[in-house]
Design a protein around this ligand. Structure first.
Ligand code: NAD
Length: 256
């Protein structure tokens, strides 16, 4: 379905980003990976799917590094057809205790990076008359949770940016939509499980159940593979007129 297309997924060395990159690669898209930590493992996983893979280590908190990454992607593969703005971090503290440096980092990485990558990707997508921008927001783009002020503010911002990008391109072949997952058991969430286990004196398994019980009626984590399938739907012909959606995959979190 995506042969000959190029997808750039930010924060794709781990978790949801890697899951979405693999789903796109399985459909034939060449992939530009980005993110920190182990790079060779994810690169090999994508290459094993029979597509071309490249990596750029841009720090998503730095506009000039995002510019270099977008230029690298265009130089390597000609153009970015599918942009997945996924890189994100979390910090948990009450507003009055929230470290200013963490606030700035979360807004930069979780929100402003999507603006930069989007503004840089749009001209070539519009010239090609086809493009897909998929923003990995969160259920926290739709509702709040205590002690997550920066994350909730950034993710609500991502949902707003998604709507405006979709509207500005509504008569073109470029769509922009947001994915809003509930809990996904990635390193980002495992840190919160660990903190809960310590705070409540629980085992790892009981801390996971507690986390789910508080928010997610299904009592199940969403998987990166399921989110990859949703990204594929946005890229399919059936997604041609899906514009500005904030699509939850949250086990019933926001149905309550
Ligand atoms: P993760 O920690 O497994 O992956 C985050 C990725 O972002 C990694 O590849 C990491 O290297 C990269 N990254 C972090 N800071 C970066 C920076 N400054 N520059 C470049 N890359 C950077 O986390 P995840 O759970 O897979 O999160 C991915 C996205 O999904 C985030 O935007 C997160 O907010 C969102 N999300 C996660 C959940 C969840 O339950 N895990 C739920 C809703 C939304």
């Amino acid at each position: 379905m995506l042969q000959g297309k190029t997808a750039l997924v930010t924060g794709s060395t781990s978790g949801i980003g890697l899951g979405i990159a693999k789903a796109l690669a399985k459909q034939g898209a060449n992939i530009v990976l980005n993110g920190f930590g182990d790079v060779e493992g994810p690169k090999a996983e994508i290459a094993a799917l029979g597509v071309k893979v490249a990596y750029h280590g841009a720090d998503m908190s730095q506009a000039h590094e995002i510019e270099a990454m977008m230029k690298f992607a265009a130089d390597t593969f000609g153009r970015v057809d599918i942009l997945v703005n996924n890189a994100g971090i979390q910090h948990v503290a009450k507003v009055e205790d929230f470290p200013v440096e963490r606030w700035d980092a979360i807004i930069a990485i979780n929100l402003t990076s999507a603006f930069h990558a989007t503004r840089l990707a749009l001209p070539a997508m519009k010239a090609a008359k086809w493009g897909r921008i998929i923003n990995v927001a969160s259920i926290h783009g739709l509702v709040g949770s205590a002690e997550k002020s920066a994350y909730v503010a950034a993710k609500h911002g991502v949902v707003g940016l998604t709507k405006v990008t979709a509207l500005e391109n509504a008569t073109t072949g470029v769509t922009c939509n947001a994915i809003c997952p509930g809990w996904v058991l990635t390193p980002l969430v495992q840190k919160q499980v660990d903190a809960k286990a310590v705070a409540m004196g629980l085992s790892n398994e009981d801390a996971k159940k507690q986390l789910l019980r508080e928010k997610e009626p299904s009592m199940q984590f969403t998987t990166p593979e399921e989110l990859g399938e949703l990204a594929l739907f946005f890229c399919s012909a059936a997604g041609n007129n899906v514009r500005g959606a904030a699509w939850n995959m949250d086990g019933g979190w926001t149905a309550q």
